[in-house]
Design a protein around this ligand. Structure first.
Ligand code: CA
Length: 235
């Protein structure tokens, strides 16, 4: 698998989009272009990128709305707003949209690169999954080897793709309520069995594996009206 950071460039103007995609590709990032909200949503369903470069002036849903939507999905995606000179910047960064930074057109490619690198560094630093092992309940998820280890007896279990995908999303989004429909979208496995598609069934199976007491789940909690939330062990 390609381990380079994945950046999505959302820009409705084709020539500008291609310019940015080409420039970032030359800097050795993996880059996808999207011409607006619908294309961005499609990309996000497949994979959470490391960073999204978001043009503010888009037809349909504007960049602000998309930034908020991204933030509801994951705190780990870096967001840089790209603004036209005429747009006021005070509402861009901060709590209102959740963007990490902004850059005003026209900008120097080098300035953009510096901001991209800085946001990527910050989001990597904020990542809850430092390293590849994440404690979940009484087990430890190994993100590289796709296994679930039991420190109690040293045993290790290889996870089915459908189970691994779901635990990985939880591991990457601790303490964040995750919407059930969204979980289904981002973890729907290629060879979809009806069985694997049901989030609730998968959660039940995973709770049996990782919870100390599956009848009273503590690691993967139910969030009423939303879905589920992973809560890392306290100590
Ligand atoms: Ca535009």
């Amino acid at each position: 698998m390609d381990s380079r950071p994945h950046i999505v460039v959302v820009e409705d103007e084709a020539s500008q989009r291609q310019l940015l995609v080409g420039y970032l590709e030359k800097q050795n990032f993996r880059v996808s272009g999207a011409d607006g909200g619908p294309a961005l949503r499609k990309l996000i369903e497949r994979e959470l990128p490391a960073l999204v470069l978001l043009d503010v002036g888009l037809p349909g849903e504007d960049g602000f709305a998309l930034a908020r939507w991204l933030r509801e999905r994951s705190g780990r995606i870096g967001v840089i707003m790209v603004t036209a000179a005429s747009e006021t910047v005070d509402r861009i960064v901060g709590l209102e949209t959740g963007a990490d930074d902004y850059i005003a057109k026209p900008f120097e490619p080098r300035e953009l690169l510096a901001r991209v690198k800085s946001v990527l560094r910050r989001s990597a630093g904020a990542a809850p999954t430092t390293g590849t092992r994440v404690r979940m309940g009484r087990r430890v998820l190994d993100l590289e080897r796709r296994t679930l280890a039991d420190p109690g007896n040293g045993s290790e279990e290889t996870l089915a793709a459908s189970e691994f995908d779901l635990l990985k999303v939880f591991a990457e989004n601790p303490n964040r309520p995750l919407n059930r429909d969204w979980l289904l979208e981002v973890t729907a496995h290629r060879e979809m069995e009806a069985y694997d598609r049901a989030i609730d069934l998968r959660i039940t199976r995973l709770r049996k594996k990782i919870e100390i007491d599956p009848a009273h789940p503590d690691a993967i909690r139910t969030v009423r009206g939303v879905g589920y939330m992973f809560v890392p062990p306290k100590d």
